[in-house]
Design a protein around this ligand. Sequence first.
Ligand code: SAH
Length: 225
Amino acid sequence: MTPRMRLQPETMGSGLTSQRVRDRLVERLRANGIADERVLEAVRLVPRHLFVDEALATRAYEDTALPIGHGQTISQPWVVAKMTEVLLAAGPGKVLEVGTGSGYQAAILAALGLEVHTVERIGDLLRSARKRFRQLGLEVRSKHDDGRLGWPENGPFDAILVTAAAPALVEGLADQLAPGGIMVAPVGPSNAQSLVVLEREATGQLKRRELGQVVFVPLLAGLVD
Ligand code: SAH
């Protein structure tokens, strides 16, 4: 894979944030069933330690979710890799992410050369994510809005990734899926969420399957500065 990002010595880390430690995370993901080499290469390249607070940087290559402020979390690397793998299998070009958070998932998608659109309701998190995209030379389109509305002006999308959980699938989002498009979203109450995959067949019909249990922060209404 040709990296679609600017890699500089100062963003590559050292010690517990070094390339060697990122490589170890990749091996762990591989051992846990992530098989798409493009996804593994993106995880190898994107410096996750830049997407968390400096105080947590040394934990960035553990396979766990970490706090990013405002009660939110950067998703667990395995979950990011799994969602990306499912989406890549559908061969998408234009992707919408709901819930930018730290920007890590969007960065992985952009590093893979996808056209990424991402929406976040907390302005402060979005501003930090945008700084990271700039620092890494990643092209990501983003906006401060309620992502449950999607981004109709820029749609339809080949893939929609929802990274916060709702009690039920957000119907309006599926309307922004192109024929052949795929949506991945955690659905269910906080203690029993399932990762749902929705595919829009060429005929326009929606086909649903489930990938297993996950834990995400809730999808919420209303904007926060
Ligand atoms: N993809 C992120 C995961 C962040 S956690 C990452 O890689 O770091 C989920 C994010 O969804 C949080 O930042 C939260 O503020 C955001 N969110 C929750 N409800 C939302 C909504 N209705 N619209 C947009 N973003 C939302």
